[in-house]
Design a protein around this ligand. Structure first.
Ligand code: DNO
Length: 389
């Protein structure tokens, strides 16, 4: 790698991933972002399983650079009676990872659901497929599928009207598909059900955004010593989308949120995963302003683009297209990276399902060719900005 280049990484779900490590190498990434997704949330990741994953990655000629994610158990997010036990487990997992030399960890503090989309095969004009978040569909889901009490009060009038219109049009098959899409996130050991979601929504109603933030800061202060003594950098992933949805509170959506998180536990392990797609979906977010506010603590970046409409619905655009000014983002990242001793890892976050991948079963957002295109474009952009030194 040239001096001061960002580290090019690629999310790999493990041996079950239809994209192989060979594919990753052919795409030109050098680092792997992976997690032990089969381990139930909250359980300790055993040392031998971490070692096994690491050696598989290394046998493929790659390096396990970042863990994404060590999921934070709901008991911690809600700080219920089991929270302390799960924090102990979390600390043990971090220690085990550090023992294996893996020290950058991504996590999120979104209640119940990880990222949320309403459609996973939104067709682009060129026939490629993208992930899509549509407020009309989300409101329809909220009001007519989840039937959350008071849901309609959370949406503008026109969105409610569109949701009602959809309730007259949608077939059961449409509803089933939408439900699967909203509830799905990354492959994990356990799917969320509608009834889990309703129970959680009730719990979070009493916690609220301030309570959730307090729980996050408590969690961070609990793990601080273990992180520092092991050289672990924690990187919080922004809320995706960066709005409260389904009545659930959000605390990692805006610039002021990240400032509160950083100041709340002001120690260098407490960092940010700078995800341009998640942040860029917020109509009031200035992605560059956020970067500027937190750049010292950016230890990992997800580079992705989005195209919003007037309602705030958005689809995932090509990496260099859309509402995020990727040129300026890359420029800022290159500059920050030039001050670092170790390069900042980034990955092309999501990609369109395109070309041969259209005929394959792929993990939504994580097919090979769209990400290969994204990585190639981003790498070229970086080279163009930093020059060939
Ligand atoms: C989506 C990802 C997220 C991310 C988690 C981090 O594609 O960016 O699922 O991994 O939110 O905990």
């Amino acid at each position: 790698m040239k001096k001061n280049r960002l580290e090019q990484t690629w999310r790999w779900y493990g041996p079950q991933d239809p994209v192989s490590l060979r594919d990753v190498r052919q795409a030109g990434a050098t680092g792997i972002v992976s997690a032990l997704h089969h381990i139930p949330h909250g359980e300790v990741w055993p040392l031998d399983e971490i070692k096994e994953r690491k050696s598989i990655i290394e046998a493929g000629g790659l390096v396990w650079s970042v863990v994404e994610s060590v999921p934070v158990h709901e008991a911690i997010k809600t700080r219920n009676g089991d929270a302390a036990k799960y924090v102990e487990n979390y600390k043990q997992t971090l220690t085990n990872l550090a023992t294996c030399g893996i020290k950058t960890v991504c996590y999120n503090f979104m209640p119940v659901l990880d990222w949320t989309r309403t459609q996973l095969d939104y067709e682009m004009a060129n026939g490629a497929k993208a992930l899509y978040f549509n407020w009309f569909d989300l409101a329809f889901f909220d009001m007519f599928v989840l039937k959350r009490e008071g849901a309609s009060a959370d949406y503008p009038k026109q969105v409610v009207e569109e949701a009602i219109a959809k309730s007259h049009q949608y077939t059961q098959a449409d509803i089933d598909k939408l439900t699967i899409n909203v509830l799905m996130g990354i492959p994990s050991e356990k799917a969320t059900t509608l009834s889990d979601l309703l129970v959680s929504i009730d719990i979070y109603k009493t916690i609220g955004a301030d309570g959730l933030r307090a729980n996050l800061l408590w969690f961070l202060s609990e793990i601080a010593d273990v992180c520092e003594s092991n050289g672990i950098k924690m990187t919080i992933h922004p809320d995706d989308p960066p709005y409260p949805i389904l009545g659930l509170p959000r605390i990692a959506s805006r610039c002021s949120d990240f400032e509160k998180i950083i100041k709340g536990v002001d120690r260098s392990f407490n960092g940010v995963c700078f995800c341009t797609g998640s942040l860029g979906a917020g109509k009031d977010n200035d992605v560059l302003e956020i970067f500027d506010a937190v750049k010292d603590r950016v230890y990992f970046a997800h580079l992705r683009n989005v195209k919003r409409d007037v309602f705030g619905s958005f689809y995932e655009a090509d990496h260099l297209d859309g509402d995020v000014d990727m040129y300026s983002v890359m420029k800022a990242l290159v500059e920050e990276n030039s001050k670092r001793d170790t390069p900042i890892p980034f990955r092309p976050d999501h990609g369109h399902q395109m070309l041969d991948d259209l005929a394959k079963v792929t993990n939504p957002g994580y097919s090979a060719i769209g990400r290969l295109r994204g990585l190639a474009e981003l790498r070229g952009l970086e080279l163009g900005i930093s020059g060939n030194q």
